[in-house]
Design a protein around this ligand. Structure first.
Ligand code: ATP
Length: 294
């Protein structure tokens, strides 16, 4: 579905992509992983045909250099954040259908695909972050493209909205869409990806199945658990007694876990009759984490 050969992109002296080659087969869900500045967004921008590059790139057999418009038509793009005009959900879809010159009769079908049917009369300004992201997905699906490209799809969503959105993308993938997404989140990559391409300083440094990523890159995973304030002290005691590396943080506590061991600390708390309000999985260096909610 996608073939990239020696993709190279230079911004002045900066080489953002350096001879990157990969192939993505129809129906795959491929994650682009890498630190800030590794070249993920640049790769996505090449796929979208919105910037010049050296090398060869085909989407659905169409050359992005020579038939940019036709290649772009094969892709639905979901940016990290979309700004919408203040219209209703349905009006927004009709507006984009006109803009994209697609059949506005598909609006209802895509609303169903992204589980927004019951919110179709709501004004966009009244939607939650998760619903706005679903609307952006609906817009991307209007022309029924075979490929969906998503830039850090759940980066700005709360935990529940992240899970729901990933579930929707999984369903789209199962229905045959090829998915390409950039991500910083290991849980998202594992839940959604069938393969990971790791970029480092503009080069493709590793390609592996998602479940091998943490071990291969030596990543830490952290389980963040929210408990009621009056259970906090006991929570720390229980987790410490089990030998976990922990870090209290406001109303929550971070627990370092193995890839397969994320449930064990939750079980320990359950056995100690400590109610769990919420939990989330995070990867990498805690010092770099943004607070999502408290
Ligand atoms: P992030 O996770 O921060 O979005 P990324 O992996 O998407 O990072 P890119 O945005 O693709 O990385 O950037 C790759 C490199 O190219 C970086 O060094 C970046 O500073 C540089 N770069 C990207 N866009 C431009 C631009 N328009 N002009 C100059 N340099 C750029």
């Amino acid at each position: 579905m996608i073939t990239a050969t020696n993709l190279t992109k230079r911004y002045g002296r900066v080489t953002a992509l350096d001879n990157v080659s990969f192939t993505i087969t129809a129906g795959e869900a491929v994650a682009l992983w890498g630190a800030n500045g590794a070249g993920k967004t640049t790769t996505l921008r090449c796929l979208l045909g919105v910037q010049g590059f050296e090398g060869h790139l085909t989407i659905n057999g169409i050359d992005v250099h020579t038939q940019g418009k036709a290649a772009r038509a094969a892709i639905g793009y979901v940016p990290q954040e979309t700004v919408f005009y203040d219209m209703s959900v349905l009006e927004t879809l009709h507006f984009y259908a006109r803009l994209k010159k697609t059949d506005s009769g598909r609006a209802n079908a895509v609303l169903e695909q992204v589980a927004l049917v019951e919110h179709c009369a709501k004004r966009v300004n009244m939607l939650s972050g998760g619903m706005k992201q679903r609307l952006a997905l609906a817009v991307a699906l209007l022309a029924d493209p075979p490929v969906l490209v998503l830039d850090e799809p759940t980066a700005n969503l709360d935990v529940k909205a992240q899970r729901d959105f990933i579930h929707t993308i999984q369903q789209l993938n199962q229905s045959g869409k090829t998915i390409v997404f950039s991500s910083h989140r290991l849980d998202e990559v594992i839940a959604l990806g069938s393969r990971v391409l790791v970029l480092s300083d503009g080069r493709l440094s590793l390609e592996c199945p998602p479940h091998e990523l943490a071990t291969k890159l030596g990543l830490h995973r952290w389980l963040r658990i929210w408990v009621p304030a009056h259970h906090k002290e006991n929570t720390l005691k229980v987790l410490e007694s089990q030998g976990y590396a922990i870090m209290p943080n406001g109303r929550s506590v971070y627990v370092q876990v193995n890839l397969g061991g994320k449930i064990a600390p939750l079980r320990s708390l359950e056995l100690a009759n400590i109610p769990i309000e919420d939990f989330d999985l995070l990867d990498g260096d805690l010092a770099l984490k943004e607070e999502n909610h408290d």
